[in-house]
Design a protein around this ligand. Structure first.
Ligand SMILES: Nc1nc2c(ncn2[C@@H]2O[C@H](COP(=O)(O)OP(=O)(O)OP(=O)(O)O)[C@@H](O)[C@H]2O)c(=O)[nH]1
Ligand SMILES: [Mg+2]
Length: 644
């Protein structure tokens, strides 16, 4: 567990850590010279009768270094609020308390330092003052210790505080190593003989160095793959890095200069870097500013510090004391998870004005204020406060995959084989891609597929049906492959859908041919086969066979419906073999980028107009798409992979 200091400049935070641990954390020359802390300080204290080690983070109190204080405070589990007996409560005492509160800290104590410098009356005054300030905060009932850090051996004082802290830690159950592994990097340096070392607090998960199945590690958001060589956890060599521990990790495959404070060391599925996040924000009562659309602000998350713009989602402005849903828009990609806490400082980075919790780490830029989004964010807030995932899933149009579920700190469903009541797994054995979906949402998607196909049959009665990817664009454009394929497969099994070659259709969208029709049909197929890339029109075939043109046309359409021929334009029927051959030519050409009509035509040796008609046909079936004068293959088409 990590204990962090907090409090106004010069109130004795560093001296207290030194008195407790014997470690002087002000190591920089500038710190020694000016007598103030500038960087975060770290000290460790082994516990008696235990193999555990207590870690301390000492923060600077200077008003211009609040960003450093925040970077230190995000990783702590226990706070020591330090107030000097002579000064009493000062501006950064207030600000640091607000920050700890906004970060969601739940435990801590108060230490009044420099008690040797004041009389009993002043001491009483300061105690009363502190109690007043702490009412309605997480420290309202926290114990208060009176110390003289210049006399650490004295009875009571520092020694009593030290035993109290040991006692606190003994009573703690170590935090559960839940979710993906991630460590918030606050330092990166090169150690002679060892190479790159990063230090930081583990925010989630665990890493075992000798475990062959341990996931690959990445520095995020730069996505650089690295190998973990050695771990120091709480200042001792270790095989593990566990949630809540402060660790130094020796990395291979990266230079110390390629890593900076604020980045993460994380496993692959942990983060999806993003520029927009939706949050629940709490404005401080003391804030002198209000937030409007596009108000600039400084955001501190984990050990990182960013510039962002605020977009209130349900109001026009957020005023002091307000709670609001807000979208934060960043200029660079950031890595956050739902449930992460953050601190907001004003545009000049002079005052802490708000804080909050991340609700959606992949926020949209469009329709961000829609009722659907607001409902989603409120449901997410409830889940983060311990609510059930089954209340959130009905609002997820395509369910949530296992990787996304794992990112939710309070959800353990990702680990369950059994889906909670009213939900179902899709592709349960697919690892992170598997999707948990609300059964009502699944049903609605299935119904929608059916009715959309009904509509398509009416609109294009001659088509055999709709190809998989095109159907998805019509029904659920953003449905992941796993879900979409499972839905179609289930509908086919349930006989609500039938598959004919590449075409999905309703079971009753079929035709049968009489024996005479079948005879003519075979002749049309033969003409199409011989016609190559330029088959005869139905009119010419009718003349040749001396058969009624209308009859042949209707037979041709039936063959199309059966998937035996393709109608490129009205009355022009192509044989499957040639369509496939042309598709392969287009695919070959498209390897070098967009394909122009002339290029394709030169390969087919047919007219320009016909070439365009063929390209339009390929667009219609979802095989290719046109952008300006160029034609590209669609990556999601399965047209060429379909067995007939
Ligand atoms: N007499 C007395 N002096 C103290 C005590 N604690 C700290 N001091 C002195 O107060 C001064 C500031 O102490 P620091 O520990 O550097 O204060 P700080 O809170 O770490 O300051 P910043 O990190 O710059 O915010 C130093 O000169 C200390 O020697 C105490 O309990 N008694
Ligand atoms: Mg200090």
């Amino acid at each position: 567990m990590i204990i962090g200091t907090a409090g106004h400049i010069d109130h004795g935070k560093t001296s207290l850590v030194r008195a407790l641990t014997g470690v002087h954390t002000d190591r920089l020359a500038a710190e020694k010279e000016r007598g103030i802390s500038i960087e975060l300080g770290y000290a460790y204290l082994p516990m008696p009768d235990s193999d555990r080690v207590v870690g301390f983070i000492d923060v600077p109190g200077h008003e211009a270094l609040v960003h450093t204080m925040v970077a230190g405070a995000t990783g702590i589990a226990y706070a020591m609020l330090v107030v000097a007996a002579d000064d009493g409560v000062m501006p950064q005492t207030h600000e640091h308390i607000a920050i700890l509160q906004l970060l969601g800290l739940e435990q801590g104590c108060v230490v009044i330092t420099k008690t040797d410098m004041v009389d009993a009356e002043q001491l009483q005054k300061v105690q009363a003052q502190i109690q007043g300030v702490l009412a309605h905060t997480f420290l309202a009932n926290a114990p208060i210790f009176l110390v003289d850090s210049t006399a650490p051996e004295q009875e009571g004082g520092v020694a009593a505080l030290r035993s109290f802290l040991f006692e606190q830690i003994k009573q703690q159950t170590p935090p559960r190593a839940q979710g993906p592994f991630r460590l918030a990097i606050d330092r990166s340096f090169s150690l002679p003989g060892h190479g790159t070392v990063v230090t930081g607090t583990v925010f989630g998960g665990q890493y075992h160095i000798d475990d062959d199945s341990a996931p690959r590690m990445y520095v995020m958001p730069s996505k650089q793959s690295v190998r973990v060589r050695r771990i120091h956890a709480q200042d001792r060599p270790s095989q593990f890095a566990l949630t809540g521990q402060r660790c130094a990790i020796n990395l291979a495959g990266i230079g110390a200069d390629d890593i900076e404070r604020g980045q993460w060391l994380a496993e692959a599925h942990c983060f999806r870097p993003t520029r927009r996040i939706d949050v629940q924000m709490q404005m401080l009562g003391t804030s002198a500013t209000e937030l409007r659309t596009w108000s600039p602000a400084h955001i501190h998350i984990g050990a990182a510090h960013y510039h962002a713009h605020c977009v209130p989602l349900t109001t026009h402005w957020v005023q002091p004391n307000d709670q609001a849903l807000v979208q934060l828009v960043f200029a660079e990609a950031v890595c956050v998870l739902p449930g992460d806490r953050f601190i907001v400082r004003d545009a000049q980075a002079r005052h802490t004005i708000a804080g909050g919790v991340v609700l959606d780490a992949q926020a949209p830029d469009r329709k961000r204020r829609s009722q659907q989004r607001i409902d989603w964010l409120n449901a997410m807030h409830a889940v983060l406060q311990g609510g059930s995932i089954t209340d959130l899933l009905p609002l997820a149009p395509y369910g949530l995959n296992r990787a996304a579920l794992r990112r939710l700190p309070t959800v353990t469903a990702w680990a369950q084989k059994q889906a909670p009541a009213g939900t179902q797994w899709v592709g349960a054995d697919l690892g992170p891609e598997a999707i948990l979906i609300d059964s009502g949402v699944w049903q609605a998607l299935a119904d929608n597929i059916q009715s959309t196909l009904g509509w398509a049959h009416q609109r294009y009665p001659d088509d055999p049906g709709v190809e998989r990817a095109r159907l998805r664009r019509m029904v659920a454009p953003r449905a992941p492959d796993v879900l979409w394929d499972a839905l179609l497969a289930q509908l086919v099994v349930d006989k609500r859908l039938a598959l004919n070659g590449a075409w999905y259709h309703l079971p009753d969208h079929t035709v049968s041919l009489s024996s005479q029709e079948e005879q003519y049909g075979q002749q049309i197929v033969d003409f199409a086969l011989q016609g190559g890339y330029n088959p005869p029109w139905i009119r010419d075939i009718a003349r040749e066979l001396e058969v009624d043109e209308q009859l042949l046309r209707s037979i041709g359409r039936k063959l199309v419906r059966q998937g035996r021929l393709y109608q490129v334009v009205r009355d022009l029927f192509y044989h499957r073999e040639h369509i496939i051959a042309m598709a392969l030519i287009l695919k070959e050409l498209a390897q070098d980028g967009g394909v122009r009509v002339a290029t394709f035509r030169d390969q087919l040796h047919i007219g320009r107009k016909r070439t365009i008609q063929i390209l339009e046909f390929f667009e219609r079936i979802g095989f290719s798409r046109r952008v300006g004068d160029n034609h590209y293959l669609r990556t999601d088409s399965r047209f060429l992979e379909t067995d007939f």
